[in-house]
Design a protein around this ligand. Structure first.
Ligand SMILES: NC(=O)c1ccccc1
Length: 476
């Protein structure tokens, strides 16, 4: 007998073998140069020029990629000092699909620090200004994507959404942004926050471009993304987006209008009513539990984020699929060496979640996930009678960018009050799209976003209704 713990011998050999084996990594298909850092435009982190295939649905279209999405060889910092200097070695699946469809990628768009903010003031590269009023927020966390699309610097962009991060900038920049059904678009190669609320999706100036980009990026990714299942339905959205909304039933969700700024509520409601002219039936519908949606989302988003994005170095355990090892390693290093570089909203998530876990273990997370099941069935129940429900995307028109040194309280309030209509659908996974419904009166005129929510995997109907909204402007 040596002093060696023999019961570990086999296990150590297994670990040694895993260390030696080569695991598959995604292949990078299109050549590129690293590009350059853009310090002129507040919405670009890095500029590049990657040309995809000659032909395809996105031929001739220019694309911005949110900087939480990997583009091999081009630096990515996800809005955070924590990741500065990181260069991914892979293309996210959505990036490969965009290039295969002929898209031309012009760079990485600025996003909020670790994507944990709905207001465009937390990125380490500085605030992103609203294209309609430079003293106001572009919305976040896909802030740069929203601004670049609205200013016509690019045709379309990729955004990410865990609580509203595609729909908030879409609403405040006056463009179209779709948070697709959970699992429709592969999240592979995008920095995770919380597996059950992570979404990626298209942002565009026109509904047709939004439909084309969705068509290109949607569909199963061969087991790489645990958010998906093999038979993800994805019809040819771009061919069907103009089929009209005759006979569709549209519900104006009463609870979605509670405590919404009066003029914003009016713009959204009136725009919804004009859809009658396109042949839709429009009526009011009530679902009281919508008022609890944000509360139900909160423990999932807080403790889930703490577990996966923070303690799990962006990945954690307990899922099959593709782990981005260089990203995992970069995060582990930064969290350990420079935890003070974490943005304020994420520090709050860490402190709060650690406290809850120590005192209540995973009780609140589990209960909230059970309530998500109930919430999902309740939305499904009214979506039997209505093809879509609509409401203002946000309770307030574009807010001012905060002045320096605003308090923790103000930060939290800004972040979380705002997302009471958007966040419930990150928890349930229903598709939710923001389209411009008009502008507020007075100067500056500010865009007012209407959110359209529909049945699981019926993203097509959302696009058709949004196209009908767009047409009510064209007809005038
Ligand atoms: N990533 C998000 O969607 C988000 C939005 C608002 C607040 C926190 C997170």
């Amino acid at each position: 007998m040596s002093g060696k713990p023999e019961f570990c011998d086999g296990t150590c050999k297994d670990y040694q073998r895993v260390y030696e084996l080569t695991a598959p990594t995604p292949t990078v298909k299109y050549p590129r140069t690293p590009g350059y850092r853009d310090t002129q435009d507040d919405s670009w982190y890095y500029r590049c020029d990657i040309k995809g295939a000659e032909k395809g649905l996105l031929a001739g279209k220019t694309v911005a990629i949110k900087d939480n999405v990997t583009v091999a060889g081009v630096p990515m910092m996800n809005g955070s000092k924590l990741l500065e200097g990181f260069v991914p070695d892979r293309d996210a699946t959505v990036v490969t699909r965009i290039l295969d469809a002929g898209g031309r990628i012009l760079g990485k768009s600025v996003c909020e620090d670790l994507c944990f903010s709905g207001n465009s003031c937390t990125s380490s590269t500085g605030p992103v200004k609203n294209p309609h009023d430079p003293t106001r927020s572009a919305g976040g966390s896909s802030s740069g994507s929203g601004s670049l699309v609205a200013r016509k610097v690019v045709d379309v962009a990729i955004g990410g959404d865990q609580g509203g991060s595609i729909r908030i900038p879409a609403s405040w920049c006056g463009i179209v942004g779709l948070k697709p059904t959970y699992g429709l678009v592969p999240y592979t190669g995008i920095m995770p926050i919380e597996k059950t609320i992570d979404h990626a999706g298209p942002m565009a100036r026109t509904v047709e471009d939004c439909a084309a980009l969705l068509e290109v990026i949607a569909g199963y990714d061969d087991g790489n993304d645990p958010r998906q299942f093999p038979a993800v339905p994805h019809p040819p959205y771009s061919k069907l987006v103009n089929d009209g909304i005759k006979g569709k039933k549209i519900g104006i969700l009463t609870e979605g209008f509670v405590d919404v700024e009066e003029d914003l509520a009016r713009v959204v409601r009136q725009r919804a009513l004009t859809l009658k002219e396109a042949g839709a039936e429009v009526s009011d519908v009530s679902l009281p539990i919508h008022m609890d949606g944000l509360a139900i989302w909160t423990p999932v988003a807080f403790e889930g984020t703490y577990q996966m994005m923070i303690k799990g170095n962006g990945h954690g355990y307990n899922w099959k699929g593709s782990y981005d090892l260089p990203l995992q390693e970069a995060l582990a290093g930064s969290y350990n060496l420079r935890p003070f570089d974490c943005p304020l909203p994420v520090k709050i998530v860490m402190i709060f979640s650690e406290y809850m876990q120590r005192n209540y273990q995973n009780k609140f997370y589990g209960k909230a996930q059970n309530l998500v099941q109930h919430l999902t069935r309740e939305y499904n129940r009214i979506l039997k009678d209505y093809d879509v429900i609509v409401m203002p995307t946000l309770p307030a028109k574009v807010v001012k960018l905060p002045s320096k040194g605003h308090s923790v309280y103000e930060t939290l309030k800004l972040e979380l009050d705002m997302i009471r209509n958007t966040a419930p659908f990150n928890a349930t996974g229903h598709p939710a799209l923001s389209v411009n419904a008009g502008f507020s009166e007075g100067l500056p005129a500010l865009p007012c976003g209407m959110m359209i929510v529909g049945r699981m995997f019926d993203d097509l109907t959302l696009l058709q209704v949004a196209r009908a909204v767009e047409k009510t402007f064209e007809d005038k």
